[in-house]
Write a protein that binds this ligand. Structure first.
Ligand code: ZN
Length: 183
């Protein structure tokens, strides 16, 4: 648990540094995967989908990007030359309408501060289990961890189960291209 928090802190400091260095908004995409093991195979598959979506959505605005991994799971950071609220709107669109969107956590940071849904006059995110304010359920630990993980794993299974052989091949290819970039 400690190591998860440490990696979260590390990521935040990195975002802060990129904000300062480029004087531009930074988008952070990661999988909202509960529990102590954030690096399950399923979380990794979902991250690859998010990675491709963000790369495609912001391809005309990307100034710099990097992926990181650690105890808090994988994350993609992108520096974007785009108005932050516009980026946030696109991010919310993915979170709300993609089949895996409920698992995605996409934040836009300006000067180390995340743009909130409220800044855009939108409602907060809903809990994946009961539909209430997700922040409250998390803080109050309202749901059994195993139940939450089961729901999330099922969303991921359903998504990949519905894909064709070609889709999955494309995703694997995309993933290895990304690995090469990092070498
Ligand atoms: Zn709930």
């Amino acid at each position: 648990m400690m190591r998860i928090l440490e990696d979260r802190e590390k990521r935040f400091l990195r975002i802060l540094k990129l904000n300062e260095e480029y004087k531009l908004p930074v988008i952070c995409g990661k999988i909202n995967y509960p529990g102590n093991d954030k690096n399950t195979l399923k979380a990794g598959l979902a991250f690859n989908v998010l990675y491709s979506l963000l790369k495609d959505t912001f391809k005309d605005h990307e100034v710099y990007s990097e992926t990181n991994e650690g105890f808090d799971g994988k994350s993609l950071l992108m520096v974007l030359n785009v108005p932050p609220k516009e980026a946030k709107k696109k991010a919310i669109n993915i979170e709300e309408f993609h089949q895996l969107g409920r698992l995605f956590d996409i934040d836009i940071y300006v000067n180390g501060q995340p743009i909130s849904r409220r800044d855009l006059g939108l409602n907060v995110r809903k809990c994946i289990v009961c539909g209430d304010d997700a922040g409250i359920c998390t803080r109050q630990k309202r749901h059994d961890l195993r139940e939450v993980i089961e729901i999330i794993d099922k969303i991921i299974d359903d998504y990949f189960g519905a894909l064709s052989y070609d889709d999955i091949n494309w995703m694997i290819k995309r993933f290895y291209e990304k690995e090469d970039e990092n070498c």
